[in-house]
Design a protein around this ligand. Sequence first.
Ligand code: UT7
Length: 332
Amino acid sequence: MSLRSKILGTGRFVPENVVTNEDLAKRFNTTDEWIQQRTGVKERRYILPGQGPAELAEKASRAALEAAGLAPSDLDFILVATQTPEHQFPGTSCYLQARLGIKGCPALDVACQCTGFLHGLAIADAYVRTGAYKRILVVGAEVHSTGLQFTDAGRHVTVLFGDGAGAVVVGAGDDPERGILSIELHADGSFADDLTVPAPGSVFQPRIDADMLAKGMHYPRMNGKVVFKEAVTSLIATIKSTLATNHLTIADVDFFIPHQANMRINEAVAKEFGFGEGKVDHSIQRYGNCAAASVPIAFDEHVRAGRIKPGSTVLFATFAAGFTWGSALLRM
Ligand code: UT7
C-alpha cells in the first residue's frame, strides 16, 4: 500500500501537419477572425493519412517512459482515454500494447470523452495506492480529423477539434505531501444528447445506412451554447470543491491546466478565480480541442518547459460530453 501515487514521467506527440484557420476557410464558409474570436483556436494538427490514435499514443508513451527512466516491459497496466478509437472494438489500448511490444498486462480503454484522461488518472491512482499495480501508463489519444464535417453545417464543431496524444506514467510515491492529492469526477446524463456522435450505433438496425450518412449522423452534434454554459458552471464548482477538499486556496495553485474546449470557457473560469495569465494553459490556440489528449499534452509541455517543476501544485479541470466533468490536484 502506498499513501500517494505520483507522476513518474510525461510525454506527448502531435502530428506534424499544421492546419490553420485560413486552411479551413478554403474548405467551408468561415474566417480566421470568427474562429479566434469565439474559440481562441489559431491552428490545430491533423494526422497524415493512415495514422491512428495508437500510433500517436505510442509516440507520447515512449516519451513518457523515457522521462520516467522505464521500459515498456516495466509497465503492469495500460489505460487509454479516447473518444476516437481505431474501431468500435477492440480498444486503442490493445493496439498500443502491441505497438509497445509487450504482452500480458491489462489494457483498458476509458470512454469518457474530454474527461477521459482524468478518469484514467483516477483509476491509476486507486490501483497504485492499493498496491494492485505498480507502474501504470495513462494516455489520452485522439484522431478527430477523420470524423469532422468540412461543410457549413458542421463548421461550428469542426473548427474546434485537433489530433494528438499525451501520456503519463503513474507509480508509487512515499512523500505524503507530494503526488496526486485528490481527483473528483462527476456526470449528468440528462445532457447526453447535447454533445454526441449518434451513428453508427447499436440502437439502429443496421447501425448505419446511406440515409444516416446523408443526414450526417456520423458527425458530432453539439448544442454549443448549452455546452458552454454548463462547462463554465461545472468547472467553477468542481475547482472550488477540490480546493476545499485539500484545504487550499487558489493562491496555493502554481499552474492551472483546464481542458482545452474553448479558450473563452477557460478565460471565464480563470477570471472567476483570479488566475494570473502566466499560470493558465492556453494550448488550444495551437492544438485546438484534443479531447482526452488536451490535458496530458499541455501537462507535458509545461513540465518540459520548466513551468511545472518539483514542488509545483498543479490543478487540472475538465468538462466533456455526457456531460462529465471533474478536477484533480497534484503536487510534483
Ligand atoms: O469538449 C466540449 C467541446 N465543445 C465545447 O466546449 C463547445 C462550447 N461552445 C462553444 O464553444 C460555442 O458554442 C461555439 C464556439 C461552438 C459556437 O459559438 P456560438 O456563439 O454558440 O455560435 P453559434 O453556433 O450560435 O453561431 C452563431 C453564428 C451563426 O450565424 P447566424 O445564425 O447568427 O447568422 C452561425 O451560423 O455564427 C455562425 N457560425 C460560424 N460562422 C463562421 C457558426 N460556426 C461558424 C464558423 N465560422 N465556424
